[in-house]
Design a binder for this molecule. Sequence first.
Ligand code: SF4
Ligand code: SF4
Length: 375
Amino acid sequence: MSYSDSMNPNFDLNRTPLVVIWEVTRACDLACFHCRASAQPSRNPLELSTRDAKQLIDDIAELDPPIFIFTGGDPLNRPDIYELVHYASMKYLHPAMTPSATPLLTRDSLLELKRSGVHRLALSLDGPTPELHDSFRGVAGSFAQTLEAMAWCNAIGLPVQINTTVSKRNLGELENILAVVRQFRIVMWSLFFMVPTGRGAQEDMPSSEEFEDAFERLLRMSRNVPFKIKTTEAPHYRRFVLQHRPKSKSERNKGNGVPGIMPVNEGKGFVFISHTGEVQPSGFLPISAGNVRDRKLADIYRNSELFCQLRDGKNLKGKCGICEFRDICGGSRARAYAISGDSLAQDPCCVYQPRATRAASTNSEAGGGNPTASI
Ligand code: SF4
Ligand code: SF4
C-alpha cells in the first residue's frame, strides 16, 4: 500500500465497521505487564457459549466488515475455537487470529487453524532479544516460541503479521525488532502504542515527544520494507505521515510500507466485542454501548449514543476538537479516557498545536476555509 491508498469513498463508516474484533476469551497462559484485558489463566463462566458465539458470527456476517479478528486472551484456550473459525469462514468472513505464543501454539494447531479457515495470524514480538520480549510477556521461553511459530507460518503458507506493543521499555529497540522481523516473510508490522488500561501502567506510556520521535523512525523504516507498517492507538501517525508527504508522486510511490490514510478510530470503523458480549469502541476503551445478548451488533454500532458521539468529530474536546487533522486523526479516544476519564478529551500524547491555538497565541489570524486544505 502506498500514500495514494485510501479508503473507498463509498465505504460508509457510519454503517459498516472496517474492523470487527471479538475477544473470544480472557483466559491466557502469559502474564504480560501491559495486558489491557488483565488476562487470567482460567476462562470466565460468563463467556459467550458456542451457540451465542454462532449467533454473534451471524450478526457480524450481516455487517460484512472487511476485517474480522478472533482475539483474546488466547483464543486457543477455547475448545470450540476451530468450530467457530470454520463457521465464520463459511460466512465468508475471512477471519484473522491473534493467539498467544504458548505450548498450545504448535505446528499442528497452526495447520488446523489454516484448515478451519484462518486467513492471517498475528503474533506478538515486543523485543529483539529473549530477555526483553520475555520480560514483557512475563513467561520465559515466549520469544523462542514466537520465532518458531513465525517459521511454521512461513513453512505452511499461513500469512503472518507481527504486533508490537510500544512502551517506554522498548522504544529504543524498534529498529532492532524490525531486524528480527525481516528474517521472516510477514505481511504487516503493527505497532500498538501503549494505553494505560488493564494491567498497563501510566509510567510505561511514552511521552508526546517520544511518540513523535517513534513516528519519524517508523516512517523512515516504512520506506525500505516490502510490507506495511501501521500503528494502533496512535492515529496521529496519520497526521505525521501527511505532514511529511513527499511532494513528487514518484517519491510518494516509493513508500511501500507507508500506511494508507484511513480515518478509522474507536467506534468509527472499529468495534470490539468482549468475552462476555459487551460491545465497546475498542478493546482499550472499556465502556460498553450494549450487549450482543440483548441487542443486534449492527444496531449498537450504527445507533448507540456512545458510538454516534465518538463518530462525530464536533464532540471532541481540547485541542483535538479544533485541530485541522481532526477528521483523519481525532486522537486516541482510549488514551484520553485512560488518563482523564473522558473519552472525548484531547489525546494526552500528541505534540501538535492546531493552527487555531498557534494563531491565538501569536495574536494573528486563526486562518479559515477548508481545514484540510493545507494538509
Ligand atoms: S498474550 Fe495477550 S491476552 Fe495474554 S497476557 Fe499477554 S496481552 Fe494479555
Ligand atoms: S491534536 Fe488531536 S486531532 Fe490533532 S493531530 Fe493531535 S491527536 Fe490528532
